[in-house]
Design a protein around this ligand. Structure first.
Ligand SMILES: NC(=O)c1ccc[n+]([C@@H]2O[C@H](COP(=O)([O-])OP(=O)(O)OC[C@H]3O[C@@H](n4cnc5c(N)ncnc54)[C@H](O)[C@@H]3O)[C@@H](O)[C@H]2O)c1
Length: 327
C-alpha cells in the first residue's frame, strides 16, 4: 500500500469550504490508496462464461481463473468446454473450472448453467454472455426465415436468457456483480457484417443499455464488448494463415487475438470499472476509428505516398512532393 495522505498543495488548502463540502479526493484517504499487491481481482468470486469452449470465451475462462475466479465453462460443444478445462489444468488452474454443456437459446439450459455455478462454487457474481455463431449471411433476398431465426435465437434470445437467469442469481446474493455481453462492431455500423448478424448484435447493444439501467439499483453493472476482427475459429475455421489476405484493413499492425477481448471483459467485470455500466466498449485495433477509410489504409493510402498542400479552388497553387521520405 502506498499512502499519499497529508500531502495537500497550498492552492487547494486555501479553497473556502462550505458546511458539508467534501474535497472529493483529499477528504477520502482511500482515493489516494494505490494497491500495489499482485492482482487477483476475482478471488472468491464465480463467473459463468458461455461459448467458453473456443476463441474469446476460452481465453476469458483462462484469464478469469488466473485472476482467482471459479469459472463455469459453458458451451454447446461439451468436448470443447472440457478441452478448455484441460488447458487450464495444464496451467495449474484445473480446480477453478467446471465444464457444462448448454445451449444458450434454451431457457432450461440457462437455468442449469447458473445452477452449476451455485452447486459447484456456492455463488454467482459475474457472467460473460459470449456464445455466438456467424449465423445467416448472403443477399437479403436469399436469407431463409429459419436461418434468420437461428441467428437471433443464439445471439439475442441466448443473451436475454443469460441475463434473465444470471442476474436473478446475482441479485439474490445481494452483493452486486457484473455482466458482460459480447456485441460486435458489426452491430455498430452498416456494412460491417451480414444482415442478421449485424441486426442481432445491435440488439445486444440495446439490451446492454436497458438491462444496465434496471439492474443498477441492485449494483449489477452490465456492459458489452464490441470486438473487431479477432483471430478465432469462428473467423479462420482452424486455418489462420489462409485468411490473412482476406482480412479487412485495420490501422493497428497486430491481429486481434481472443486474449485482447478477455482482458477487456476482465476489466469490465472488475472493480476498476466500478462506475461503468450500460456501455459498449469497442476493441478493434482502430478499425471503427478510421471510419470510412476514404483514401485506403497503410500502403494503399494515396495520401501517404505524397506530401504537400492542396489549396483547392482558391487560385493559389497546390504543392505536391512525390514519395516523401518516411520517418
Ligand atoms: N471472432 C471475431 O472476429 C468476432 C468479432 C466480433 C464479435 N465476435 C463474437 O464473439 C463471440 C465469441 O466468438 P468467437 O470468435 O470466440 O467464436 P468461436 O467459434 O471461437 O467460439 C464461440 C463458441 O460459442 C459456442 N456456441 C455457439 N452456439 C452456442 C449455443 N447456442 N449455446 C452455447 N454455446 C454456443 C461455440 O460452440 C463456440 O465454442 C461471439 O458472440 C461472436 O459473435 C467475434
Amino acid at each position: 500500500m502506498v499512502w499519499l495522505m497529508g500531502f495537500k498543495p497550498a492552492i487547494l488548502a486555501e479553497v473556502p469550504r462550505h458546511k458539508g463540502w467534501q474535497d472529493p479526493v483529499f477528504d477520502r484517504p482511500e482515493a489516494l490508496t494505490v494497491n500495489t499487491a499482485p492482482r487477483a481481482r476475482f478471488e472468491g468470486k464465480t463467473i459463468l462464461i458461455t461459448g467458453a469452449g473456443s476463441g474469446i470465451g476460452r481465453a476469458s475462462a483462462l484469464r478469469f481463473a488466473a485472476e482467482g475466479a471459479g469459472v463455469v465453462v459453458a458451451d454447446y460443444n461439451l468436448p470443447a468446454a472440457q478441452e478448455t478445462v484441460a488447458l487450464a489444468a495444464q496451467q495449474g488452474l484445473g480446480d477453478a473450472l467446471v465444464a457444462v454443456r448448454g445451449d444458450v437459446s434454451i431457457e432450461a439450459d440457462n437455468v442449469a448453467m447458473v445452477q452449476t455455478a451455485l452447486d459447484q462454487f456456492g455463488r454467482l457474481d459475474m457472467a460473460f454472455l459470449n456464445a455466438g455463431v456467424g449465423g445467416a449471411f448472403g443477399p437479403i433476398g436469399e436469407i431463409t426465415v429459419e436461418d434468420w431465426d437461428y441467428t437471433f435465437h443464439v445471439l439475442v434470445r441466448g443473451v436475454f436468457l443469460g441475463l434473465k437467469h444470471a442476474s436473478k442469481a446475482i441479485r439474490e446474493r445481494g452483493e452486486g456483480g457484473a455482466i458482460v455481453l459480447t456485441a460486435s462492431i458489426a452491430g455498430l455500423g452498416g456494412g460491417a457484417g451480414s444482415h442478421a448478424y449485424s441486426a442481432a448484435k445491435s440488439a445486444v447493444v440495446s439490451l446492454t443499455r436497458s438491462a444496465a439501467t434496471e439492474l443498477a439499483a441492485h449494483r449489477i453493472r452490465v456492459n458489452s464488448v464490441a470486438p473487431g476482427t479477432i483471430m478465432t475459429p469462428l473467423l479462420h475455421r482452424g486455418r489462420p494463415e489462409k485468411i490473412q489476405s482476406m482480412l479487412p484493413p485495420q490501422p493497428w499492425p497486430d491481429d486481434g487475438q481472443p486474449e485482447h477481448i478477455a482482458a477487456l471483459a476482465a476489466f469490465l467485470c472488475s472493480d476498476d470499472a466500478a462506475f461503468i455500466t450500460g456501455e459498449t466498449v469497442v476493441a478493434d485495433g482502430g478499425r471503427t476509428a478510421q471510419g470510412m477509410a476514404l483514401f485506403g489504409t497503410g500502403a494503399s493510402n494515396a495520401l501517404m505516398q505524397r506530401a504537400g498542400v492542396n489549396r483547392g479552388s482558391t487560385g493559389e497553387p497546390s504543392v505536391v512532393h512525390e514519395n516523401p521520405p518516411r520517418g
